[in-house]
Write a protein that binds this ligand. Structure first.
Ligand SMILES: [Zn+2]
Length: 224
């Protein structure tokens, strides 16, 4: 077991990733033991991820799993999440990514089940996603297909979220917290735009305005 200290970057990531799992529960993004968060140990290709099949109430820094860039376990008593290979692929291929989140959050997964991108029809969506939330390919677990689908869909996209067809949501961020935020916002806009469509056809936002909103939110909004 690794204990926390500010001098120990692995311990710091164990604490951060463990605590962020509570946000998936708080925002109703997960059922039973589904869903997972991982975080890169800064400056390395090591990452920390949830153990497989552990109740959210039992998640703690000491049972998080430390993995190498190929997904093999470096430190941890339990088996890592069954999605570890997908997370590892993203960390290998996208060095700017510091956190990855996976959920089957219900409204976003309903769009994934139809293989339909979520259109950019809310200013909050232009802010966070800079356009539609794209659909990634249908891919089975067990090799690098899910990771390849995430990376190929998000490379060159402004969206930090991808809806993997017939599956669910993967999000990336510069930090694990940013990836969790993207997962929360993805479900929020999936729900609202679903509700809007029950009443009629949502009105698109012109591309120039999407660009301006995204630029402002990414560079000006919030505390500096
Ligand atoms: Zn899944």
């Amino acid at each position: 077991m690794v204990t926390a200290s500010p001098q120990d970057p692995v311990a710091a990531v164990r604490h951060e990733v463990s605590a962020l799992h509570a946000e998936l529960v708080r925002y109703n993004l997960v059922a039973w033991t589904a869903g997972n968060v991982s975080g890169r140990v800064p400056g390395t290709d090591l990452f920390v991820i949830k153990p497989s099949g552990v109740d959210y109430d039992d998640i703690a820094p000491h049972n998080m799993i430390l993995c190498e860039r190929d997904g093999t376990v470096v430190d941890g008593d339990l088996s890592p999440s069954s999605d570890t290979a997908a997370h590892a692929y993203v960390y290998r291929e996208m060095p700017e990514v510091g956190g990855v989140v996976h959920t089957h959050s219900p409204y976003a997964s309903a769009w994934a089940a139809r293989a339909e991108p979520i259109p950019c029809v809310l200013t909050a969506m232009a802010d966070e996603f800079g356009g539609p939330i794209p659909i990634g390919p249908f891919a089975l677990i067990g090799n690098d297909d899910i990771g390849k689908g995430i990376v190929s869909t998000l490379t060159g996209s402004r969206s930090p979220a991808v809806l993997m067809q017939n599956h669910g949501v993967f999000t990336i961020g510069r930090t694990a917290r940013a990836a969790v935020k993207a997962a929360v916002m993805c479900e929020d806009v999936a729900r609202t735009i679903h509700l809007s469509r029950q009443l009629g056809e949502p009105v698109p936002i012109p591309q120039g305005d999407i660009d301006r909103l995204h630029e402002r939110y990414q560079n000006v909004y919030g505390q500096r």
